[in-house]
Design a binder for this molecule. Sequence first.
Ligand code: HEM
Ligand SMILES: *[C@@H]1O[C@H](CO)[C@@H](O)[C@H](O)[C@H]1NC(C)=O
Length: 311
Amino acid sequence: MALYFMIPLFASIFFIFLFNSLLNLFKSKKSRDLPLPPGTLGWPYIGETFQLYSQNPNVFFASKQKRYGSIFKTHILGCPCVMISSPEAAKFVLVTKSHLFKPTFPASKERMLGKQAIFFSQGQYHAKLRKLVLRAFVPEAIKSFVSNIESIAKDSLQSLEGRLITTFQEMKTYTFNVALLSIFGEDEVKYREDLKRCYYILEKGYNSMPINIPGTLFNKSMKARKELAQILAKIISTRRETKQEYNDLLGSFMGDKEGLTDEQIADNIIGVIFAARDTTASVLTWIIKYLGENPNVLQAVTVSLLLLLWD
Ligand code: HEM
Ligand SMILES: *[C@@H]1O[C@H](CO)[C@@H](O)[C@H](O)[C@H]1NC(C)=O
């Protein structure tokens, strides 16, 4: 029995979604009699998508958890799925029985991020992408970016001066700027505004029902995604002409030996922005919260950073 799972990188929710191909667990003859977790599947096709996304998702999860416990079934974005939240269940899926599961996203999300992105691939192609991503983030590679990252941090802090802010939102802006820098290096400034505009539209429709007709959020997202790919194609062709060496992520993907197509590069660039943004912003938000609540820790961290500077 193949179960499919995804991790919702798009929200700081510590639930693992166990999606399942429509025909498998819910429909097939063999497994029809197997018990499913408690829960409800909602309306046909729409399922419980609106209950999840029309409010703060935490409300949905909290009420389900209260009613059904840490493992329940539901139906989101056209997919029947099982949600798990206990550490034991997560270990079961990710470690002890990981061979029974295959990482995947709902088809609509694959289309939005790009079918050839690292998350959706397996085997040799996956291993290659992993290598290409990793080599752009080893200390040796990011060394040259540190001072630019520091400027981004300083600029962000300055822009917060005297304002009431939503920390997570500000951290998302910050991580986006750092992501663009790590991906495009010096080129970033030229394309920043266009990339931002398109990415924000894409993000807005990311959790929408996948109905691709004009006017829907999904349609707008898909359009923005197309435009992103076009901007990337432009950056890529400009780089090809200059034949310069770049030590950023795009440079790694474009390495001659690797033979990735422009489409594969675009899917993976968009994929990495997506993987890096909310996750890192969420961690930064928690760090700020705990430092704010624990002045003694804040002091210890400040001292150790100052010592580093003096070294
Ligand atoms: C604290 C921040 C982060 C958290 C909590 C986080 C979490 C995760 C999780 C849970 C996965 C799925 C792993 C799996 O499927 O087994 C993942 C995959 C991935 N993340 Fe992150 N991530 C973070 C930051 C980043 C950053 C900054 C990048 C930018 C390079 C990144 C790039 C990726 C990539 C490329 C994958 C796919 C790996 C693969 O399929 O082999 N992540 N991340
Ligand atoms: C938006 O919807 C129209 C009508 O279904 C479709 O032709 C078009 O391709 C969609 N746009 C994108 C970018 O998918």
